[in-house]
Write a protein that binds this ligand. Structure first.
Ligand code: SF4
Length: 233
């Protein structure tokens, strides 16, 4: 474990310092270790547009639950993410939404865009292979393709972002982009980005399934328990 750097994922204290002033803070507590960085972050929220975005995101978060004043308190979430995206976009006053999707989820993108349009948004959508540029362009050889030796268009997340930038979308939504392609899209998108769904070919696009089955079907990820594990790449 990296020492003297944030390790919130290892924090097992019940009453956490970041939640309550009288809470406990482990030695690696990010709230304790990074006062300057946290102060720097807080100045960003003073920018009106960032503040409005953050405020609406938190309003949306709370509105995803019903019975919020029940005693004793319990969590009762009711809204699927597609509904969250619609409601958040309305809060922000967005009119034109961009959808950048993977060709492997074309049917899903078709339904998703219909839902957005049915709820009053103008939608611009763009698939990953836009531009039909062969993978040669980024140095992918014949043996490095999904279909060995065949011509193959590269996923082009920068072009996806540029298409939506040209369309002057208010907000861009990712659907099923691969690891890394999503990163490039986020880097080049001018509008803020959210994710509707991520790509996970083996887990039905639910990457947490591998975490939920860590003690059973995905125990191959336990490098410390199994002497030599071949993680399938
Ligand atoms: S900020 Fe501190 S108290 Fe909060 S989760 Fe991280 S380590 Fe735990």
């Amino acid at each position: 474990m990296v020492q003297n750097e944030g390790q919130c994922a290892q924090c097992m204290v019940k009453i956490k310092f970041c939640g309550r002033e009288d809470g406990a803070a482990p030695a690696f507590c990010s709230t304790k270790l990074y006062p300057d960085e946290i102060a720097k972050a807080m100045t960003e929220y003073e920018k009106p547009d960032i503040r409005q975005f953050a405020r609406n995101a938190s309003l949306q978060e709370a509105e995803c639950y019903i019975d919020r004043s029940a005693i004793p308190a319990y969590k009762f979430p009711v809204k699927p993410r597609v509904q969250e995206i619609i409601e958040f976009s309305r809060k922000m006053g967005y009119k034109k939404l961009g959808v950048a999707f993977c060709g492997g989820l074309h049917k899903e993108a078709n339904v998703f865009c219909k839902i957005l349009e049915d709820h009053g948004f103008d939608v611009v959508s763009v698939m990953c292979k836009v531009g039909r540029v062969d993978k040669d362009m980024i140095g992918i050889g014949p043996d490095e393709r999904v279909r060995i030796g065949k011509p193959e268009s590269m996923c082009n997340p920068i072009a996806q972002a540029e298409v939506l930038n040209a369309a002057e979308t208010d907000f861009n939504i990712l659907l099923g982009l691969c690891v890394g392609h999503d990163s490039l899209f986020i880097k080049y998108s001018q509008a803020m980005v959210t994710v509707f769904a991520v790509k996970d070919r083996a887990m039905g696009h639910n990457p947490l399934a591998a975490i939920y089955t860590y003690d059973s079907y995905c125990e191959r990820f336990k490098q410390d328990r199994l002497k030599k594990v071949d993680v399938v790449e």
